[in-house]
Design a binder for this molecule. Structure first.
Ligand SMILES: *Cc1c(COP(=O)(O)O)cnc(C)c1O
Length: 380
């Protein structure tokens, strides 16, 4: 079955007892057992819950994976994956990372005795020179946040496997509709379902998918042992969001491409980052490994913080807010918001300048979005 059909039906059969077309929200912490040691597959809702199970099956299907696991947040998913590591292990990560992932690696995981080396993802050879005999895991995002760089997943997977290293891809920005890293050789895919999968800015959630049975068994054990699971209601909201993922992503992309082309030529814009523009440095790679370019645009305005503040305050439709991937358009200022936890020198080294803004292009009418941006950039 095709993606759109699986998004609506996979794991979501009508309820056998009542015929309810929509998976019920099973608000229960526990389950009656018929006899000691005899139950219907559910014992306690941290370990398993039917609404969460439906979501986990749907998530796996969308990434073409055998196994899916749902979490209370993207960072809960990330923490659970990083729990695969032990004191003395080493991580290599791309340097253009979600700020919260960087904070987790530096302020939490480091205390476990697990160090991370960050490499410039423009050059796959930098990964080769960063690995050590104790490197167990490579962590990347592509497209990256916020500079929307693209990494060759297939090439990196090849390299990782030659060296017995697990490759994890945070696929939040592309969503499974536009990119399926497991098909390109990645071992584990992580999502913040808070973003496109949920799609309506009303929940916090995360996901991990894999087709590797051994990794799945370990991750499932950690999901239960650590306990950072989503509530049945949150699971249900993500499941509802997933049903319209394909149509939303097509609109996000259409609007983003239209705005990117418009902004690229705007005299107040110094530089634009959108992988769907032929002027993007990795346009061809993006075209090859993704089936679409997504809804995120970053741009540098001519000037600095003053110009950014003026732009942000004059926008009416683009709301100034953290997060992304919802139906409404948002603007974020990475230097102070998503990447505020990076030390300034580190942030500048990574190319996140003071005049950089990130747009999460929503699915409002594209002409209204264009008018909003045009007005915000106008002299008067
Ligand atoms: C938001 C985000 C996360 C963290 O997810 P939460 O749901 O906020 O915990 C991780 N990676 C990326 C790329 C994100 O955008």
């Amino acid at each position: 079955m095709e993606f759109e059909t699986r998004a609506i039906h996979e794991g979501q059969k009508p309820d056998p007892q009542t015929g309810a077309v929509i998976v019920p929200i099973y608000l229960t912490s526990t389950y009656e057992q018929e006899a000691i040691g005899q139950h219907k597959g559910y014992e306690y809702s941290r370990t398993g819950n039917p609404t969460r199970q439906a979501l986990e099956d749907a998530l796996a299907s969308l990434e073409n994976a055998k196994f899916g696991l749902a979490f209370a947040s993207g960072l809960a998913a990330t923490t659970t994956v990083l729990s695969l590591l032990k004191t003395g292990d080493h991580i290599v990560a791309g340097d253009d990372l979600y700020g919260g992932t960087y904070r987790l690696l530096e302020k939490v995981v480091k205390n476990w005795g697990v160090d991370t080396t960050y490499v410039d993802i423009d050059n796959i050879h930098d990964f080769e020179s960063a690995i050590q005999s104790n490197t167990k895991l490579i962590w990347i995002e592509t497209p990256t946040n916020p500079l929307l760089k693209i990494i060759d997943i297939a090439a990196l997977a090849n390299f990782a496997h030659q060296n017995n290293i697990i490759l994890v891809v945070d696929n939040t920005f592309a969503s499974p509709y536009f990119q399926q890293p497991l098909n390109l050789g990645a071992d584990i895919v992580v999502h913040s379902t808070t973003k496109y999968l949920g799609g309506h800015s009303d929940i916090i959630g995360g996901a991990v998918v894999t087709s590797n049975e051994e990794l799945y068994q370990q991750l499932k054990f950690y999901q239960n042992a650590i306990g950072a699971v989503p509530s049945p209601f949150d699971s249900w909201l993500v499941l509802r969001g997933i049903k319209t993922l394909a149509v939303r992503m097509r609109e996000h992309e259409k609007n983003a491409l239209f705005l990117a082309k418009y902004l690229e030529k705007h005299p107040k814009v110094e530089r634009i980052y959108y992988p769907g523009l032929p002027t993007h440095e990795q346009y061809h790679l993006a075209k090859e490994q993704m089936s679409g370019f997504g809804g995120m645009i970053s741009l540098e305005l001519k000037g600095g913080l003053t110009e950014v503040e003026r732009f942000a305050s004059r926008l009416q439709l683009f709301l100034l807010a953290e997060s992304l991937g919802g139906v409404e358009s948002l603007l974020c200022y990475p230097a102070k918001m998503t990447h505020g936890s990076l030390p300034e020198a580190e942030r500048l080294k990574r190319g996140i300048k003071d005049n950089l803004v990130r747009l999460s292009v929503g699915i409002e009418h594209y002409l209204d979005l264009q008018a909003d941006v045009e007005n915000a950039l106008a002299d008067k």
